[in-house]
Design a protein. Structure first.
Length: 339
């Protein structure tokens, strides 16, 4: 029973070593030997059991009992280390910190590379040496390679040991490195802008977009894409300098509509209304143009001017619950304002 109990505790400790990982070689030293320790303990336990029939002063029986105690002590040391890691993680600072690093090397041996992969990382935390070795999850080992820039996310542990949550490729640094070597790589620059947009870093997305537009000044489709992200972030005025240069070159319906809305939100209301009305004149059945013009007034608190455009939208698209609700709300509030 003692052997079974130790085996169960060892399996729980192995899982804890992975989940609650910290930089350093302790886990990498313990894990390869834990299987050997359990196997040898099993053999020694059987031999000790057999040796119980031997005289009390039998030297071989004494040696076996000593080996059993040493084996148990080493396994308990491993379990103790796992308990230390669990406590370090459970009572860690809830703030997740992300730092840049690089993979110096990865390994784990040809046989156990999938069972115990590890990464050597450039120092990513104050107080760490120039590089630190850490256990890697199999999916991390599959996607990372030597020399790759990465981001290490961790929480400061109870015992000041960082609990490493994830190690992920640093796409921003990778893309920027490519652009330094090939400044005209349009696809790479677009990927960089898309990364900033996904992360909600609108200002950085704009700066990268302006860099892209200097090289590809006629890429209206990409400018529209970034303007859409700006609209979603509710910082519409930032779209004006991005879209405005295209007004003289390619005054499409979508450009008039989007730039007109951005003008209105930037305080240039007359110019904005004129452009959005031009978009409606170009395609009177375009529901989106009425939507933009109605909401331009609505967001400015001018519901009286918003109502006619919402009503015209519903004439084209009667089954539009959002606008139906807007119209009901505006009409219901109208008598209260008049009274």
């Amino acid at each position: 029973m003692k052997l079974i109990g130790l085996a169960i505790l060892c399996m729980a400790a192995v899982i804890a070593e992975w989940i609650c990982r910290t930089p350093g070689s302790a886990s990498l030293i313990f894990l390869p030997w834990i299987g050997i320790g359990l196997t040898s303990l099993s053999v020694v336990a059987v031999l000790v059991d057999l040796s119980r029939r031997a005289p009390a002063d039998d030297q071989i029986a004494g040696i076996l009992r000593v080996l059993e105690r040493v084996d148990v002590a080493l396994i308990l040391l491993f379990i103790g280390h796992a308990v230390f890691l669990v406590a370090n993680a459970v009572w860690s600072d809830p703030t997740v910190v992300t730092r840049s690093s690089d993979v110096f090397a990865k390994g784990g041996g040809q046989v156990d590379a999938r069972l115990m992969p590890w990464l050597d990382l450039r120092a990513w935390r104050d107080g760490l040496p120039s590089s630190s070795r850490i256990l890697a999850y199999p999916w991390e080992a599959d996607t990372l390679w030597g020399g790759q820039p990465v981001k290490v996310s961790f929480r400061e542990g109870l015992f000041k040991q960082p609990w490493v949550l994830r190690i992920a490729p640093d796409e921003e640094r990778r893309l920027r490195a490519i652009l330094e070597a090939v400044p005209g790589a349009g696809r790479i620059r677009r990927e960089l802008v898309e990364l900033y947009i996904r992360d909600g870093r609108i200002n950085e997305a704009l700066f990268a977009t302006y860099d892209h537009m200097r090289i590809y000044p006629n890429d209206l489709a990409f400018a529209d894409y970034v303007a859409g992200a700006i609209f979603n972030a509710n910082v519409h005025p930032l779209a004006v300098p991005l879209l405005e240069p295209f007004l003289a070159k390619r005054p499409t319906l979508e450009l008039r509509r989007n730039l007109g809305f951005a003008y209105f939100r930037a305080g240039r209301k007359e110019e904005g209304v004129a452009l959005m009305k031009q978009a409606i004149a170009m395609r009177p059945d375009d529901v989106t143009s009425y939507y933009f013009l109605g909401y331009a007034y609505f967001y400015a608190g001018d519901t009286a001017n918003a109502l006619p455009w919402f009503e015209r939208l519903l004439e084209l698209e009667p089954n539009y619950p959002e606008i139906q609700e807007r119209v009901r709300t505006i009409r219901a509030a109208a008598p209260a304002r008049s009274s």
